[in-house]
Design a protein around this ligand. Structure first.
Ligand code: GLY
Length: 601
């Protein structure tokens, strides 16, 4: 084993949708995270048992608390906090700071996140928006060339141009202030110890580095960390990161202010503004002004459930809610999980929802979003009538939801933003009955590839539409200074009779929406337990093409779905669902496609 030391550190119609599809599908083809289904080794019996249960359709069961997340080191750190009486918010701080170290390609201090919280004392659900934010010096044409044409995706991503103001450090503090019970400084101990003593590089992390070596090699700090001596880190290598430990110490002693001002902030700004070949415009003022925004949850009805999650700037809850809301009048339970007609309904409901998403969903602090109208039961019932045929819809267009505000209804063009399947999801229930569902990201695998202070900086600004207008009509998700890019992240809490019954979410770019919606259907309609629901082979449709998960039973539907009129594509579908069912006991599930586990007590 090697030891590595880091010392310092659209207009109305279908006509425009194929453009979006082509851009998204071209981008999908070069996603660096890819699939690595290796095994993590661990000496802990509980971790080993949880790893063994994964893939066998058996949830982890406990009475008091439960945690499910993407890496055993992170889950163990959170479990220790919960065992000591900490809340889900306390545990989240430990989990996120360890994830940023051991799964740095997916999330971290240089990124952003959305957190959905069910409060056991008040019975209320609220959300915290810690999305990265466009710098004040950024313009709507940031990702266009001199002729106004969109840049190629990785020309935009790699370097300083794509870096938005990080939100995750502020989120840790905001969540702890609102809902924490544990000593703040103690929540960083696991991360500091692992960063200094070293941790084993996982197969997934090593695979991601190997696939992205050319881009990681472009910047010296990034190359020295991930490709020491010019060779990519291997699974099983011991990796240390003293710069990261130093940042955690600053957070522990000074709080988030120590991140957003002072030497850490200065190094972030320098790294972005001096990025060779592709500098960005993030400034010290952008960092100093960053704020987490508390927003009401966005909820939609599905059968006897209320499905609640993160509203704008995420499209997650609205699009998941639209899909489920349209399907509420169809008997998916009677059709069953293997019936192509069930998947026709799900696939076309999803296409209709994605058409609305491309037209209407963006940061509602900057553009009017019909957030209530999009999940209004009458509106969804009228959209659901379009599903009453027996073959795939030939054409899909956005609908006309009612806008929340009075006055002129804005005209938006359909957008062309591309999202990649990076990101990480964690779900926690504490012994007090609080529930946390949080999806966290630096956007692309390894974000902008720029490293500052031992962590990677995000490329979240590329979640904005690269085009600002189409045929003279503005796109809702165009870049504007201070705006937050539209997301697909869908951290979700499902309620029944006013109590939480399921908490779930996933990484996966815009496929997050399909992963979450179908896992909820599998659990609610097809009688699957939470682990079986996460293991269900994926079939996802966003823009017309049906993606079926390679090497799974889903591929058997290819002839039937083709017959129904869909173009079918067989491919890896790299979800990372983590979920907890809340009933007489707690049942935790972890996606077998990634390295995570569930632990409870
Ligand atoms: N960057 C992934 C998302 O926000 O959906």
């Amino acid at each position: 084993m090697r030891t590595v030391l880091l010392t310092c550190l659209a207009l109305t119609s279908v006509a425009v949708l194929p453009v979006t599809v082509a851009a998204q599908e071209a981008a999908d083809a070069v996603a660096p995270e890819g699939v690595s289904r290796g095994e993590i080794t661990s000496s802990s019996a509980a971790v080993a048992a949880s790893l063994a249960a994964k893939g066998a359709g058996v949830p982890v069961e406990a009475q008091n608390w439960m945690i499910a997340a993407a890496n055993p080191y992170a889950v163990e750190a959170g479990a220790a906090i919960l065992h000591q009486g900490g809340t889900a918010a306390d545990a989240m701080v430990a989990v996120q700071t360890v994830l940023g170290l051991v799964e740095p390609q997916s999330s971290g201090l240089g990124g952003g996140a959305f957190l959905v919280w069910y409060d056991a004392q008040t019975g209320a659900i609220t959300t915290l928006d810690a999305r990265e934010t466009a710098p004040m010096d950024a313009t709507p044409r940031l990702f266009q060339d001199e002729a106004g044409e969109p840049l190629k995706f990785f020309d935009a991503v790699v370097g300083g141009r794509s870096v938005g103001t990080p939100g995750t450090p502020a989120l840790l503090e905001a969540a702890h202030r609102k809902w924490g019970r544990s000593n703040w400084g103690a929540l960083f101990e696991a991360g500091i110890t692992l960063a200094e003593d070293g941790f084993e590089v996982s197969p997934r992390m090593a695979g991601s580095i190997a696939r992205d070596a050319d881009r990681l090699g472009r910047f010296s700090a990034t190359a020295e960390y991930f490709l020491p001596g010019g060779t990519a880190l291997q699974a099983g290598d011991t990796l240390r990161n003293r710069a990261y430990a130093d940042v955690l110490r600053v957070l522990a002693s000074e709080g988030a202010e120590g991140f957003y001002t002072g030497p850490i902030a200065a190094d972030i700004v320098r790294t972005v503004q001096e990025a060779a070949g592709n500098p960005g415009v993030l400034s010290a003022l952008d960092l100093a002004l960053y704020k987490v925004k508390e927003r009401p949850a966005s909820c939609a009805s599905y059968r006897e459930f209320e499905v609640c999650g993160m509203g704008p700037p995420s499209s997650g809850a609205l699009t998941v809610g639209q899909i489920l809301g349209m399907l509420g009048g169809y008997d998916l339970a009677a059709l069953g999980a293997e019936n192509p007609q069930a998947w026709r309904l799900i696939g076309d409901a999803s296409r209709l929802a994605f058409a609305d998403r491309g037209r209407y969903m963006a940061d509602s602090d900057f553009v009017p979003v019909p957030a209530k109208g999009l999940v209004d039961p009458d509106y969804l019932a009228s959209r659901a009538e379009l599903l009453s045929g027996e073959t795939a819809l030939a054409e899909v267009s956005p609908g006309n939801p009612e806008f929340d505000h009075a006055g002129l209804v804005p005209l938006w063009a359909d957008d062309t933003s591309i999202e990649f399947p990076s990101t990480s999801h964690l779900t926690i229930v504490d012994q007090y009955g609080n529930v946390l569902s949080m999806t966290t990201t630096i956007e692309n695998g390894f974000g902008s590839r720029l490293m500052s202070n031992g962590f990677l900086l995000n490329n979240e600004l590329t979640d904005f539409s690269f085009r600002s207008h189409r045929d003279g009509v503005a796109i809702a998700n165009r870049l504007e200074p201070g705006k937050r890019p539209r997301s697909s992240m869908a951290p979700t809490i499902v309620m029944k009779d006013g109590a939480p019954v399921l908490a779930i979410g996933s990484p996966g770019g815009s496929r997050i929406i399909g992963y979450v919606a179908t896992a909820i259907i599998a659990w609610a309609d097809w009688g699957m337990n939470v682990q079986q629901a996460l293991e269900l082979p994926h079939a996802v449709n966003r823009f017309g093409t049906y993606d079926l998960e390679a090497d799974t039973a889903a591929t058997a539907m290819e002839p039937a779905l083709s017959e129904l009129g869909y173009k079918v594509n067989i491919r890896d579908l790299n979800s990372g669902l983590h979920a907890i069912e809340i009933g007489e006991s707690l049942k935790g599930g972890a996606d077998p496609r990634r390295e995570g586990i569930a632990l409870g007590e």
